[in-house]
Design a protein around this ligand. Structure first.
Ligand code: NAD
Length: 447
């Protein structure tokens, strides 16, 4: 899965907003949360009211109809969206998801998050998000390819390497991006790899893209521990979700000296106060739901491991908690029971607005998703640069440049925390909004 990319989740087209929120884990009120966060950040800055008003809305939302021939010869018709929030700093950038709970508003809310994520990383991109209302598990490979090619055709005028660059998200993957890039290129009459990111490396994808969000989570965890004078060797970590984000973050942190005491998959968690050997457990991509099977199948290294629920994992007495599975897992119902000193948001939106206030009151530091997992979109930016310049970077170069981009972004956030005495989340949004607002001020709104 990636911001760019993730796995299919279940849901229903007729689901209520709350049900949809649970289904995608991010949509409970993505738009409402995004607008509240914008207002909070704006309150710290002197920004022209009209710019804030403008940023409460997307530039445009494209809604398209996508007919798809099923393998049995019948035709089903799906609805797709592409929300483009803001492009004042560069082309729109953001994922495309295939999920039954995709809505217009969800795409708009998530496109706003992408604007802030790109801005806090100082990438020359704005925010977008899109998707098709479909359960990807109900599609054969051929049907998914036909859906992708027809969707690409419907949104073709709105995307392009200098306009809007999609990437994988829930229910879409590097193969989906390859089809999209091929369909777009066929119509343009030339190969244009820079129209999407998150492609397989053989057709212009970047090395290091897959592990980038987990790597950035590990980097900011290391940095906040260092900020707090907490040596990684003395730091215990619990990680919810052992996928692209969770497994890569856990493995790097262990490599750098931290003790990862608990990890989980959708079926539950495993816990060992002396440390779980995270390198020996397959990640979700390598073998889905292997964390819990690791114990039930009695692996040699599994002796001494305790089984916990995902809820218990969140409440462990650890130094750092990394929710890296789905959104809305830290809520006002359990925020008082979180015993970690630091929460690093690996997933998108794991902490609800209400829970955030409770954690803040209790002195729990929360490093927000828009910087923590931004390694994904940052390496997408590197991929785009490689595509445009037709020159591949080594994995070593990708990781070195990611490290330096992350440190620059982190230091900008630290400066705001110290200058304004605000939370890490508010500081990250202040950095992002001030960059976007400044660009709007320079360019003018052209009302
Ligand atoms: P993934 O599918 O690779 O792994 C998800 C993991 O979470 C699996 O181990 C799965 O078993 C577990 N899981 C699923 N539902 C769960 C639940 N309800 N409770 C506990 N565990 C559950 O996913 P990923 O790519 O690692 O993404 C995880 C989160 O990070 C998502 O919120 C995603 O939006 C966000 N994210 C991903 C990327 C990326 O590029 N992969 C980038 C930015 C943000």
């Amino acid at each position: 899965m990636s911001s760019d990319s993730f796995q299919p989740a279940e849901g229903a087209t007729s689901a209520s907003t709350e049900e949809r929120g649970r289904a995608t884990g991010e949509s409970e009120s993505a738009l409402e949360t995004a607008r509240r966060q914008l207002a909070r950040a704006a309150a710290h800055l002197e920004i022209d009211e009209s710019i804030v008003d403008r940023l409460e809305h997307p530039t445009r939302v494209l809604e398209v109809t996508v007919p798809v021939r099923r393998d049995d010869g019948s035709v089903d018709v799906f609805t797709g969206y592409r929300a483009q929030h803001d492009s004042v700093r560069g082309p729109y950038k953001g994922g495309l998801r295939y999920h039954p709970a995709v809505t217009r508003d969800e795409c708009v809310g998530l496109s706003m998050w992408m604007t802030w994520k790109c801005a806090v990383m100082d990438l020359p991109f704005g925010g977008a998000k899109g998707g098709v209302v479909v359960d990807p598990k109900s599609l054969s490979g051929e049907e998914k390819e036909r859906l992708t090619r027809r969707f690409a055709q419907e949104i073709r005028d709105s995307i392009g390497p200098t306009k809007d660059i999609p990437a994988p998200d829930m229910g879409t993957d590097p193969q989906t991006m390859a089809w999209l890039m091929d369909a777009y290129s066929m119509q343009e009459g030339e190969t244009i790899p820079g129209v999407v990111t998150g492609k397989p490396p053989t057709i212009g994808g970047s090395y290091g893209r897959e592990e980038a969000p987990g790597r950035s989570v590990a980097i900011v965890t290391r940095e906040i521990c260092s900020y707090d004078d907490r040596p990684l060797e003395d730091t215990t970590v619990a990680v919810q979700g052992f996928g692209s984000v969770g497994a890569n973050a856990a493995r790097l942190l262990e490599e750098w000296g931290a003790t990862v005491v608990a990890v989980s998959d959708v079926n539950g968690a495993i816990y060992d106060p002396d440390g779980v050997d995270v390198a020996s457990i397959p990640s979700h991509d390598e073998e889905p739901e292997a964390v819990t099977r690791y114990v039930t199948e009695g692996h040699a290294d599994a002796a001494g491991l305790e089984r916990l629920s995902n809820d218990d994992l969140l409440e462990l007495d650890v130094d750092v908690l990394i929710p890296a599975a789905v959104g809305n897992v830290i809520t006002e119902d359990n925020a008082d029971d979180i015993r970690a000193d630091i929460v690093v948001e690996g997933a998108n939106g794991p902490t609800t607005f209400a829970a955030d206030a409770i954690l803040d009151e209790r002195g729990v530091q929360v490093v927000p998703d828009i910087i923590a997992n931004a390694g994904g979109v940052t390496v997408s930016y590197f991929e785009w640069l490689q595509d445009i310049n037709r020159r591949k970077w080594s994995e070593k170069r990708v990781n070195e440049e990611l490290e330096s981009e992350m440190l620059e972004a982190w230091n900008a956030v630290v400066r705001e925390v110290e200058r304004r005495d605000v939370t890490w989340r508010d500081a990250a949004y202040v950095v992002a909004l001030s960059r976007v607002a400044e660009a709007h001020e320079m360019r003018g709104l052209w009302p």
